[in-house]
Design a protein around this ligand. Structure first.
Ligand SMILES: [Fe+2]
Length: 429
């Protein structure tokens, strides 16, 4: 939406809705209360959801800047307007985007059906920008509107609201316990487990040295394996194809689900499946030691940045060594997930039989998930495109395991074309 600016003497007025959540304000913002202008925000202030709620509560429809800041205001409104393409090279936009990634948490839209009551605000992160979807006053609830599932971008909530979200998921589980077929209940249970797993993996990535976090991570793998073994159909529901951006916690859970699925499809005994799953869940744990600006860089990585990203493998192995509870075979998954059969991978340029089955499985799962996830300014490939590309790389990926993987995915329905464009891309690091 484009916002008009009106002149009031030495002040310029514009609609309060023009203040975009998650942006840093470059000017003083005033409010007119009984014909007295009071300063509401100073330059550098990050305009948050609570500020927006506060303005709504106070019925403030218009806000003002000093006339000297007109140019600044116009630039700000142009930059934050929903229709204007966000510029991945603009430092202010990128800074805000990094803030969004750090302060907001990606949720699964499956659970946000029309009419559902939520006690937390929901936002949409699209092309580096944060757009409110459901706004909720402190202590109140909001209602999920129609069409949320079709919105472009990722749905996110504030990190502080994660406990409320978990409670919401528990409510869904309780609700499902009373109604629905056993199959539906199993499906909801499995997807709730996965969604809660993401919160555990998020904590784990923030503090991978905590034994408690590792223990919870192992429990996640055990629960997911149990779910898949008890009903193979839930695998379909656990494999999500809707992410618009890379979140290491979501990616880690996806790779664990896919690797576990391949392990089961190969007929591995349960204990081995779990060892594989733990390694897969932790495969990118070393990314927790890398600078967020490089990890979440929306544009293309430079060669130097790519070299830094590559360090996550050895960094991950180092973290794993601090935990005696993690099996040696899980370490191999972390160490080898970027090795390629041709010897062209990293960090040790292993080739052929030097790469373990676990390493090969995780390489397939990792590449597939990366290729089917959007990134800002780089569209995701369809499952078909991703698999075709990997099949063309037979010197790099184990052909038998890939065939097993393709058979396993064969039962998964294709996503709606509008959500995942037909365009092929190469995997990221
Ligand atoms: Fe990786």
């Amino acid at each position: 939406m484009a916002y008009k600016v009106f002149v009031y003497g030495a002040r310029k007025a514009f609609p309060a809705a023009g203040l975009a959540v998650g942006t840093r304000l470059p000017f003083d913002v005033f409010i007119n209360e009984g014909n007295v202008f009071t300063k509401a925000y100073s330059p550098g202030k990050e305009f948050g959801p609570e500020d927006r709620r506060d303005l709504l509560r106070r019925g403030v429809k218009e806000v003002y800047v000093d006339a000297r800041d007109t140019l600044e205001l116009e630039t700000y409104l142009r930059r934050t307007s929903e229709e204007a393409p966000a510029d991945p090279e603009d430092p202010a936009t990128v800074r805000e985007y990094h803030g969004h990634k750090a302060q907001y948490y990606q949720v699964d839209r499956t659970f946000l059906t029309r009419g559902a009551r939520v006690g937390f605000g929901i936002y949409r992160l699209r092309d580096l920008r944060l757009i409110p979807v459901v706004e909720v006053m402190e202590g109140a609830t909001g209602i999920v509107p129609d069409g949320v599932s079709a919105l472009e971008g990722d749905l996110v909530i504030r990190n502080e609201d994660i406990p409320l979200y978990k409670r919401y998921l528990d409510g869904l589980l309780d609700g499902a316990a009373g109604t629905g077929t056993p199959e539906e209940k199993e499906k909801i249970r499995a997807v709730v487990i996965k969604e809660k797993s993401k919160t555990i993996v998020k904590d784990l990535l923030e503090d991978p040295r905590s034994g408690e976090n590792i223990r919870k991570g192992m429990k996640v793998v055990s629960d997911l394996t149990e779910s898949i073994l008890s009903n193979r159909n839930v695998l379909n529901d656990l494999i999500s194809l809707s992410a618009y951006d890379q979140y290491t916690y979501t990616h880690s859970v996806n790779v664990a689900v896919l690797s576990t699925g391949i392990g089961i499809a190969c007929g591995l005994p349960r204990a081995e499946v779990e060892t594989l799953g733990v390694g897969a869940l932790l495969h990118d744990v070393g990314k927790s030691s890398l600078p967020a600006e490089i990890l979440n860089k929306p544009g293309k990585l430079t060669d130097r940045e790519f070299e830094i990203i590559k360090r996550h493998v050895l960094e991950g192995a180092r973290i794993l060594r601090t935990h005696d509870s993690i099996a040696e075979n899980s370490h191999q998954v972390v160490l080898q997930h970027h090795e390629r059969l041709s010897g062209g991978g990293y960090p040790n340029r292993l080739s052929g039989s030097d790469i373990t089955t676990f390493g090969r499985i995780c390489a397939i799962a990792d590449c597939y998930d990366a290729m089917t996830t959007h990134r800002p300014y780089s569209r995701a490939g369809t499952p078909f495109n991703a698999l075709s590309w990997m099949r063309g790389e037979e010197e790099n990926y184990d052909g038998d395991l890939l065939a097993t993987f393709i058979r396993m995915l064969g039962r998964i329905q294709a996503p709606a074309p509008s959500r995942v464009p037909q365009e092929s891309v190469r995997p990221g690091p």
